[in-house]
Design a protein. Sequence first.
Length: 353
Amino acid sequence: MSKTLKVGLIGTGGIVSGAHLKPGWLAVPDVEIVAACDVNEKLAQKLAKDFEIPKVFTDFRDLLKLKEIDAVDICTPNKVHTPAVVAALEAGKHVLCEKPLAVTVEEILAMRAALRKTDRILMTAQHHRFSPESVAIKAWIETGVLGEVYHTRVNAIRRNWLPISPGFIDPKLSGGGPCMDIGVHALDTALWLMNFPKPVRVSGRAHTNFAKGFDIPGAWGEWDRTLFGVEDFASGYVHFENGSTLVLEASWLQHQEKPEEMNATLLGRKASVSWPDGRFHSVVNRTLVDGCLHPHTGRKPAHTEEILAFAHAIRGGKPSPVPIEQTIYVIAILEAIMKSSQANKEVEIPNFD
Ligand SMILES: NC(=O)c1ccc[n+]([C@@H]2O[C@H](COP(=O)([O-])OP(=O)(O)OC[C@H]3O[C@@H](n4cnc5c(N)ncnc54)[C@H](O)[C@@H]3O)[C@@H](O)[C@H]2O)c1
């Protein structure tokens, strides 16, 4: 690999123009974006023109033929992640892929099989892990201050921020609704803060309460009711091997005060802490204690820190900053919530190690 890290973008929609490319990749020293690919050629051409990207493709397989590309950044709709990740790994590229890395365990296992045949890295783009708040909370938890965590509450709930593009609401493209789309953010962060205890069984429930009707106006505009084929609310209850539990709520539409609540609270035997606000509660010598952690200073936006971590891992020959071995359990839980809802019974999570 030359000193310059050469990167290809696969999928050039909202998250690329809004975060991954700028400020993301443009903030990483010695990087050249050599190609952009989107099935919507006009979109890829526009990005290429705006950011002086020399090559444009409409099929990611053609982009992957470029020998000079070291790494790809995959930001397509969820159901395209697996074919693109597998093809990229097979072509010898390092891969950063947006969340959810996949929408079924079967897809993740296909990625893992491809990963095991190469020395490249695969990183799931879970940017919340890289925010100043998350980094501060994680560092504090690692001092052992919480004691044993016996329960965690996780929310990824919105009042009416329903993403309207087909890539989110058409199950053939998205593979799931808010549970996969935003539940994945809060669940990944919570499991990471908990140091990834092993999940063993899950019970869940998913509903489409409002999205087929017109009761709640969409904050991002109106969506195609006939195309909408995913849940708009899901909840799950997770048991871990170590006896602790976790409850997750995810929604795009529900009656609540705030536009969005993305948070987690870890209840430990010595203290509790909430993410991302850093509030903690404890008791010392029978005196109740409340406090608040300050976010770490001097950090760039979370998406940029995530991309810097990816580039740093490639250059330093280091392991993936968000490895598939962790993501597999995140996706297994989310998939199990939906399977449990369909089967109306608890679903077991196998050991994937
Ligand atoms: N981390 C975050 O905060 C965050 C935020 C938004 C979206 N996302 C994730 O990023 C991904 C993309 O979301 P988005 O908001 O940019 O969606 P988007 O619909 O704006 O963009 C997706 C792009 O992928 C293109 N595409 C579809 N199939 C393709 C294929 N086979 N090859 C190449 N391009 C293809 C589409 O034409 C579209 O331009 C999704 O997985 C989503 O979950 C993450």
